[in-house]
Design a protein around this ligand. Structure first.
Ligand code: G6P
Length: 506
């Protein structure tokens, strides 16, 4: 290839995920407007300096015609992205159906859909067939661009079938697979009709990674109990071949957030927010509008707190950013109306002519506005600087996921709170509870009484305790970065294959 001729020195890392890190909009003249997203995986891979990354994934748009597909492929090539084209029917059955109506709720302990929910998206079997077909399409694209020496890193529950498809093409391809959600207890996983086939496909990878040790342990027990294989301290063994299984807790690019706080536009945003909420404490929730995030439970806990603490009713506001997601899936549509109904009721109950206790936004925020919200300094201390001890106001972030693979909102909040030392209330069912547990106030999100009590505890927490808790979290967030996460996974993937082959030869 042209790259080879140019004498490319770096090994290539082919990163395969359902979604490419770009948003693509087709213009009237058939050209494409592309915007690269800089968060998450993209910044993580900046840490993998020895490799040159290529992205393979779905662009999130339906492009039925050849002209459009060619133009998009060419435009994406400049961003080192290679698209996988999925038609509408596949997207419906694979993405809306098998991924988001079956695997996502099951992996988050919300069970399998009842028959009436299945009926709306056709049978389980046809969804699974579409899932396998979609994974095969991803594999075809990878296989087309694969060159000897490339390393392939597959991401998430959308692509559990991919490691097997790739190894079927070429058993020498180095394949890693990482799950960004929880892997549930084997008792939950065994409900899945296609439980064995999925486990076997994942085991075709050389390295399988999870956010926490518990998820890795659940996966190994699913393999031993359901497939009857042998679990070892390093992973799962099948007829002398080892699939290494381990925990690689993800992090964020904390510097990006810390640096952003110095930007004039972020400072301006912060100032606007301070003026807007002067005299009140700000509690913050930022979530995709997803069942797993426990948004209704969080809002009900806030209502309970206001109910029991009338003196706080005009002194605290909850800003809930609820980013719309997967809006074609009926459960997500139901959740949206449920949340609107609860917010409306509470604002009607505790609001006044001039203010409401809950500011609920159904949209995403751009990066700088988000950083400002994460960092917003409490207003009272600025207004009455001589009374800091009496009004020891602070911000609180409320992360009350019912289950969450990791939850990086909690990390982002911590990164932006170094001057504020705000309190993080964190669900014990988020992966982040294992890393930020000592600094956060941990809660069971199902226990609304406990969450309401924790809100009171956080709002009244003495400065020295806040400082100590924040320090613990800040140290963790700034040292366990996304860059380090990616570099560790990829270097272990490189080593693991050698290790596994050695074992086979013994
Ligand atoms: C979770 C998943 C990701 C997914 C993201 C957004 O974090 O683990 O793989 O990309 O949600 O969901 P969406 O369905 O919009 O890609």
């Amino acid at each position: 290839s042209a790259e080879r001729q140019e004498g490319r020195s770096k090994q290539r890392l082919l990163v395969v995920a359902n979604r490419l890190p770009v948003s693509a909009i087709r213009r009237g003249d058939d050209s494409w407007q592309l915007e690269m997203s800089v968060g998450g995986l993209v910044s993580a891979l900046l840490g993998v300096k020895e490799f040159e990354a290529r992205w393979i994934g779905w662009a999130g748009v339906n492009v039925p015609d050849d002209i459009g597909q060619k133009a998009l492929t060419t435009a994406l090539a400049e961003k080192r992205c290679i698209p996988v084209f999925l038609d509408e029917e596949i997207v419906h059955q694979y993405y809306n159906g098998y991924c988001n109506n079956i695997l996502w709720p099951l992996f988050h302990y919300l069970g399998l859909p009842q028959e009436d929910r299945l009926a709306t998206t056709r049978s389980f079997q046809s969804q699974f067939d579409a899932y396998k077909k979609a994974n095969q399409l991803f594999a075809d694209v990878v296989n087309n661009i694969y060159e000897e020496g490339d390393v392939v890193w597959c991401h998430d529950y959308h692509l559990m079938f991919l490691p097997k498809c790739l190894k079927d093409y070429n058993s020498n391809i180095k394949v890693g697979w990482f799950l960004h959600t929880p892997f549930p207890s084997s008792e939950i996983h065994r409900m899945l009709p296609s439980r064995s086939e999925l486990l076997r496909s994942v085991l075709a990878a050389d390295l399988v990674g999870f956010h926490t040790y518990d998820y890795a342990r659940h996966f190994v027990s699913a393999c031993t109990r359901i497939l009857g294989l042998e679990g070892t301290p390093e992973g799962v063994e099948d007829q002398g071949r080892l699939t290494r299984v381990a925990a690689f807790p993800i992090g964020i690019d904390s510097d990006r957030f810390i640096r952003a706080l110095e930007l004039p536009q972020v400072k301006d945003h912060i100032k606007e927010l301070q003026d807007r909420f002067a005299g009140r404490k700000v509690m913050l929730g930022v979530d995709r509008l997803d069942m797993i995030k426990g948004i209704p439970q969080k809002i009900l806990a806030f209502e309970k707190y206001l109910e029991e603490n009338p003196n706080w009713r005009d002194k605290v506001v909850l800003i809930q950013i609820a980013v719309p997601t997967r809006t074609d899936v009926p459960d997500y549509q139901r959740l949206t109306s449920q949340v609107h109904e609860i917010v409306g009721r509470i604002n009607g109950r505790f609001g006044s002519l001039t203010t409401v206790p809950i500011h609920h936004l159904d949209r995403s925020l751009e990066f700088h506005a988000l950083c400002a919200l994460y960092a917003v300094t409490e207003a009272w201390r600025l207004i009455i600087p001589c009374l800091p001890g009496i009004f020891s106001c602070l911000d609180v972030a409320l992360v009350t996921s019912l289950r969450d693979g990791m939850n990086l909102v909690s990390y982002e909040f911590v990164a932006c709170q170094d001057s504020k030392k705000g309190v993080l209330i964190l669900s014990e069912f988020a992966g982040a509870a294992q890393s930020l547990g000592a600094g956060a106030v941990l809660v069971n999100p199902w226990n609304i009484t406990e969450v309401a009590a924790s809100i009171g505890y956080a709002l009244n927490m003495p400065a020295d305790e806040r400082e100590k808790r924040h320090h613990h979290n800040f140290m963790h967030v700034t040292t366990h970065t996304s860059q380090e996460w990616a570099a560790t996974f990829v270097s272990e993937l490189n080593d693991t294959t050698v290790e596994a082959q050695l074992r086979t030869r013994q």
